[in-house]
Design a protein around this ligand. Structure first.
Ligand code: SAH
Ligand code: SF4
Length: 342
């Protein structure tokens, strides 16, 4: 029987340093290897500035496995939707998008999701497992290599709830920010949460420069908990109070995501509730035309209605934009590509 080798990529930088030191290697070797990892090489053999005997001995003791592109759908507007096969055979999605300010990658943080929001395809089937920090970095590295372009913004808005996987997400952010690797600025990163209050508070202490987006979707406790079960234990008034505190402390604008669902949360009374809820907060509302998900039969309000809703919010003194719909001609809604494929 062949021995199962552990994956050298899955070690932390400190673990790799310790391993290399224990086999008598100088301290700079780990940095060289980390640089190769960040170039998305697929084997020790591609690390041409390492001595041949070191490459050989590492490949005898460790595997070097990466996520791989299983499928990519390319839209006319340049959006690239990836289905990635992780090293254990599970699938996640990542989406490359082109904006005026640069290229953005939407990254998944878990395989599946336990939050059960009724409008979301990622939650159907629950959570299979958390992604580790190096696997989220792998999403970035593999997609960047495939797209052949630099990616200078990331949003943690793919499959999964980031604050249900706090430690790994924090590890990932430190890894992608590491100046010896990708060196992405914290200000170019946005983390989106369904509203886990403890996570929001902790995160604002640990990463005050990272942008925070809150999936709000309703300005009323009853309505919100019908759409998002997580709202039962993370009540709207407590969530908003935490957001006010965080934006005052960090001085950064919080984004509230609001998917417009016809007849449910897009009425004039919703504009009123939403504007009084957010009144005076350093924030911005991002209106998302709901992506239809076959499984739940919900209808989006449409782009014109979204623009109208945005105008009414602006009149009430709340900054609002309608999110550009990218990749309309491909399976755009989170979780749909994976659902179709698995
Ligand atoms: N779990 C995190 C981040 C991933 S979801 C969160 O919920 O915030 C990213 C965004 O897509 C969230 O705002 C989510 O509410 C939204 N979303 C999920 N399903 C959607 C759909 N069918 N149409 C439009 N937006 C959707
Ligand atoms: Fe999970 Fe976010 Fe989808 Fe809710 S919207 S089920 S939290 S991925």
């Amino acid at each position: 029987m062949t021995k199962q080798l552990s994956n050298f990529k899955s070690c932390t930088r400190q673990e790799r340093k310790d391993i290399l030191k224990s086999i008598g290697q100088p301290a700079f070797r780990e940095k060289q290897i980390f640089e190769w990892i960040c170039k998305a090489v697929l084997s020790f053999d591609e690390m041409t500035n390492l001595p041949k005997d070191l490459r050989n001995s590492l490949s005898e003791s460790y595997s070097f496995e990466s996520a791989a592109v299983e499928l990519v759908q390319v839209s006319k507007d340049g959006t690239r939707k990836y289905l990635l096969k992780m090293t254990d055979g599970n699938y996640v999605e990542a989406v490359f998008m082109k904006y005026e300010y640069g290229n953005t990658l939407c990254i998944s943080t878990q395989i599946g999701c336990n939050m059960g929001c009724v409008f979301c395809a990622s939650g159907i089937g629950g959570k299979i497992r958390n992604l580790e920090g190096w696997e989220m970095l792998d999403e970035y590295l593999i997609c960047r290599k495939d797209a052949g372009e630099d990616i200078n913004h990331i949003v943690l808005m793919g499959m999964g709830e980031p604050f249900d996987n706090y430690e790994n997400v924090a590890e990932f952010l430190r890894l992608i920010h590491d100046p010896e690797g990708v060196g992405l600025s914290y200000r170019n990163i946005t983390v989106s949460t369904s509203g886990l209050i403890k996570g929001i508070k902790r995160f604002s202490e640990d990463f005050p420069q990272v942008n925070l987006a809150i999936s709000l979707h309703a300005a009323d406790q009853d309505e919100r908990q019908q759409l998002m079960p997580v709202a039962k234990s993370n009540r709207l008034e407590d969530l908003i109070a935490a957001c006010r505190e965080v934006s005052e402390k960090t001085g950064r604008r919080i984004t509230f995501e609001y998917a417009l669902i016809a007849g449910k949360n897009d009425r004039d009374e919703d504009v009123k509730k939403l504007s009084s809820l957010l009144n005076g907060m350093l924030c911005h509302v991002n209106l998302i035309p709901l992506n239809p998900v076959v499984e739940n039969g919900m209808k989006g309000s449409g782009r014109d209605a979204a623009k109208l809703f945005a105008g009414k919010l602006e009149n009430a003194g709340i900054a609002a934009t309608v999110r550009r719909s990218l990749g309309q001609d491909i399976d755009a809604a989170c979780g749909q590509l994976r659902k179709k494929h698995t």
